[in-house]
Design a protein around this ligand. Structure first.
Ligand code: ZN
Length: 503
C-alpha cells in the first residue's frame, strides 16, 4: 500500500493540487502580461518560458504516481467528503486525459497557440488571412488529433464540445439551434419591417478617459470589489482568474462607441462575479473556478443582456451616463437609450451584435467548426465559407476578413468547440431568470433602484458558490430543473415583441 492512511493520501492530493495551481497561476500571469503590458517584440523569451512551464506542469499532472494516489482514494471514497470525492474525480479525469496526449505534442501545441496569437493579431490588423492560415491549419489538425485522445469513442467535434460543456453534443446542439432559428428568423424578419430605431447617438465621440470612469462606476454597481478585481485594456475583452481573491477583467475602448466597452465590462464583470463568489474552500484545488464555459457564459450574459439591457437597469444608470457624457446625451431620454441598446440589426461583428441576432453569429461559427474538424472544409476555404454563411444567415456581405473570419480570438487560442457555449449560456440564463423571479419578490424594483444585490445574491447561492463541485448539468438542474430551450425562446419573443410593438 503506497499510503499509510486516507489522511496521508489527502495530504499528497492537496500538495499536487496546490503545485498545479501555482503553475497555472504563473502561466496565466504570463499570458495576461503578453496581452496587456508587454512591449510588442517580447514574445520570444515568453514563448520559451511558457514552453518550459507547460512541460513541467504537464509532467506534474501526468506523473504515474498520481494514478496510484487516485486509485487509492477511489478505493476509500466512503471515507471522503463531497469535495474530496470531486477533487479525486476531476484530478483523475485530467490525469487520464493528459496522459493520452504525448508530452511532445502537448508542449508543441502550447508553443503553437502562443505564436498563433501574435500571427492572428497581425493578420487581423492588416486584414491578411494568409498570415494566420498556416497557424489555423495546425490548430485544427492538432485539435482533431487531441479530440481522439480526449475521447476516442466520440466524434472528434463532440469530444471537443465536451471539453467546454460536458454532456453536450452535436445532436443536442443541432436541435437547440434549429429550434432557435425557427423562432428567431421570423422575429428578425418582423423587426426589419418596423421603423428603424435611432441609435446614432451611441456613436458620438466620448473621451476614453470618461469611458474609464464609466467602467469604474459599472463595476461598483455590480458590487465588484476592486481590491480583488482589476480592469485592463486589450484588443479583445476577457476575464482571467487566479483564485477567488484575484480576478482580472479587460475591455477595449472605442472613442466612437461607448456602449461597446460598457457592455464588455458588464459581461466580463459577470464572469468575474462567478469566480469571486466561489466558496473559499475550493481555492487551489481542482474544484476551483467556474465549472464550464456554458455556465460561465450564462453568468456573463445574464448581467450583460437580461440585466444590463433591461429598461430598469438602463433607467438606473442613465443619470451617471448623463453626468459623464453631458453633451453626447443631451437630447437623449432614458427610453431612447433603452431602445438604442436593444436595437436589432443584422451586423458583421459578433461582439457588437444585439441579443437577438447574436445567436445567428454563433450558428455560423458552429457550422464552420463542425466542418473544419470533420475535414469537409479546408482552412484555406474558410473565408469564403464564412462569407457565404453570413449572407445566408444574416443577409450581409462581408467586406474583409478582419470583419469576417479573423474577428474573434478563440480559434487562435485553440478554442474550437467553445462558441456554442455562448448560445447555451444565453439559454441557461433565461431559465435562471424564470426561477429567480419566482424566488425574489420585487426583483425588478430592486434593479430599477440600481441595486443588483438580490440578483447577485441569487446567483451566488445557486451557482457561484459551488465553483466546480457539480457537473454543469447537475448544477443547473439543482436550481432550475431540466434544461429547456423554450425559456430562452419565450424570453426573446416576449422582450422583442414588446420592444417593437409586434402584436
Ligand atoms: Zn464571456
Amino acid at each position: 500500500m503506497p499510503y499509510k492512511d486516507v489522511a496521508q493520501a489527502l495530504k499528497a492530493l492537496r500538495e499536487l493540487e496546490e503545485t498545479n495551481s501555482a503553475y497555472q497561476h504563473a502561466m496565466e500571469v504570463l499570458y495576461l502580461d503578453a496581452v496587456t503590458a508587454a512591449p510588442k517584440d517580447t514574445g520570444e523569451g515568453r514563448g520559451k518560458t511558457m514552453a518550459i512551464l507547460s512541460e513541467v506542469s504537464y509532467g506534474h499532472l501526468t506523473n504515474p504516481e498520481n494514478k496510484q494516489l487516485y486509485d487509492y482514494l477511489e478505493e476509500h471514497c466512503g471515507e471522503l467528503d463531497e469535495k474530496a470525492r470531486r477533487e479525486v474525480q476531476l484530478g483523475k479525469r485530467i490525469y487520464e486525459q493528459y496522459s493520452r496526449i504525448p508530452a511532445d505534442e502537448y508542449v508543441s501545441y502550447q508553443v503553437l497557440i502562443n505564436d498563433a496569437q501574435s500571427a492572428w493579431e497581425k493578420a487581423k490588423n492588416t486584414d491578411d488571412f494568409e498570415l494566420f492560415r498556416p497557424y489555423l491549419e495546425k490548430i485544427v489538425e492538432t485539435n482533431r488529433r487531441f479530440a481522439h485522445y480526449y475521447n476516442p469513442t466520440k466524434s472528434p467535434y463532440d469530444a471537443l464540445l465536451n471539453e467546454y460543456e460536458r454532456g453536450t453534443d452535436t445532436k443536442q446542439l443541432d436541435e437547440f439551434f434549429s429550434e432557435l432559428r425557427r423562432c428567431i428568423v421570423p422575429l428578425i424578419q418582423k423587426i426589419s419591417d418596423c421603423e428603424p430605431v435611432d441609435d446614432s447617438f451611441l456613436y458620438r465621440p466620448c473621451p476614453i478617459e470618461q469611458q474609464r470612469r464609466l467602467s469604474d462606476y459599472i463595476m461598483e454597481v455590480m458590487g465588484i470589489d476592486r481590491s480583488h478585481c482589476s480592469i485592463a485594456e486589450t484588443e479583445h475583452p476577457f476575464t482571467t482568474n487566479f483564485n477567488n481573491k484575484d480576478v482580472r477583467i479587460t475591455t477595449h475602448y472605442y472613442e466612437n462607441n461607448f456602449a461597446s466597452s460598457l457592455y464588455s465590462v458588464i459581461h466580463e464583470g459577470g464572469h468575474a462575479l462567478y469566480e469571486l463568489n466561489a466558496d473559499d474552500k475550493y481555492n487551489y484545488s481542482f474544484v476551483a473556478g467556474g465549472v464550464s464555459m456554458g455556465i460561465h457564459e450564462s453568468q456573463s450574459r445574464f448581467y450583460e443582456n437580461i440585466i444590463g439591457r433591461s429598461q430598469e437597469f438602463i433607467f438606473a444608470i442613465y443619470p451617471k451616463l448623463r453626468e459623464l457624457f453631458p453633451q453626447q446625451l443631451e437630447d437623449v431620454t432614458p427610453d431612447m437609450l433603452f431602445r438604442a441598446v436593444n436595437k436589432v440589426t443584422p451586423s458583421l461583428i459578433r461582439l457588437d451584435a444585439d441579443e437577438l441576432t447574436y445567436c445567428m453569429h454563433i450558428m455560423v461559427r458552429y457550422e464552420l467548426e463542425k466542418q473544419l474538424i470533420d475535414g469537409s472544409l479546408a482552412v484555406k476555404d474558410l473565408p469564403a465559407a464564412w462569407n457565404k454563411l453570413y449572407k445566408e444567415y444574416l443577409g450581409l456581405d462581408v467586406p474583409s476578413d478582419s470583419k469576417g473570419c479573423l474577428q474573434d480570438s478563440h480559434w487562435s487560442g485553440g478554442g474550437i468547440g467553445y462558441f456554442p457555449s455562448y448560445a447555451l449560456g444565453g439559454a441557461y440564463g433565461a431559465q435562471m431568470l424564470d426561477c429567480m423571479e419566482k424566488d425574489v419578490p420585487g426583483l425588478w424594483d430592486k434593479v430599477a433602484g440600481g441595486d443588483l444585490s438580490a440578483v447577485t445574491g441569487w446567483l451566488k447561492e445557486h451557482i457561484h458558490k459551488y465553483a466546480s463541485l457539480y457537473e454543469p448539468k447537475e448544477l443547473f438542474e439543482r436550481s432550475c430543473g431540466a434544461f429547456q430551450p423554450k425559456y430562452y425562446i419565450d424570453y426573446l419573443t416576449k422582450k422583442y415583441t414588446k420592444l417593437y410593438n409586434l402584436e
